[in-house]
Design a protein around this ligand. Sequence first.
Ligand code: XMP
Length: 323
Amino acid sequence: NWTTGNVIDEQVAAIRELVGDKRAICGLSGGVDSAVAAALVQKAIGSQLTCVYVDHGLMRKGETEQVEKDFVAATGVQLKVVDAEERFLKALAGVSDPEQKRKIIGREFIRVFEQAQAEIIADEGPAVEFLVQGTLYPDVVESGGGTGTANIKSHHNVGGLPEDLEFKLIEPLRKLFKDEVRMVGQELGLPEEIVHRQPFPGPGLGIRIVGEVTKERLDLLREADAIAREELTAAGLDRDIWQCPVVLLADVRSVGVQGDGRTYGHPIVLRPVSSEDAMTADWSRLPYDVLAKISTRITNEVSDVNRVVLDVTSKPPGTIEWE
Ligand code: XMP
């Protein structure tokens, strides 16, 4: 008999028993999964848990602050924030190939995270023996961990763990689907914006810039993305769509006309999808007036963007993300 209360009680008891008087660490990504996993473990073992948040500079507008402030306020969790933006930008300089980008981001992420881990381990206190992961059932399946399905893209929260991993894993969400995870998060008192956050990939905006990732392009995409999110929220569409990647075609330019004359700017792609579990998806039939508003605002407010296009491809054949 599945209830969120049961899941929480069972997991809390199991985690307490497993961890004993040792310590655990958990990487927060800003997403629902790691937040709920961390909150659950925090409930079980309190200050024996330390969370690490790597700010790779590829987050959307306001997301880092949400973790640093709102999540900490709601849970009382111990949090270590590492500002690694410069390091990631440097590692990504000159790279346009999607898989290459994913590998670099995954690799740097692990290095920065391991460095933070090492610092926590070096603190006074009981041995750090456990690593908390917000792995969900669909992650397990899509990465080939469950059924032997081929790995389509390298999901760095599952496939990218170092081989000589010396931690024991705590994966309290491994049997749950996303909607169940949200219910658990709600029950744990997490802020609405975190519980109902739409999925966002680990490599962040790095895989939503088609072309090289630079600080300038990231800032531009962050603005466009914030506008799209704002309008979708204002229209009450957040719960209807699974997610809406906003993609910058940085290597494409097209001619436009605006104000006093000719422009030669970049297109922004809107990729709203509806889905049950991200394994398959359909493009969302968003109301035209909402699309019009987003398009007008993005082309007016984001410099260097003179065109907004809509992706009307389902998955398959398209994936949800462009890279
Ligand atoms: P695709 O693009 O494969 O995306 O259709 C399916 C879902 O997974 C998300 N996604 C990721 N999530 N690390 C993640 O944690 C990743 O590397 C990653 N790549 C894609 C994507 O946003 C969608 O929800």
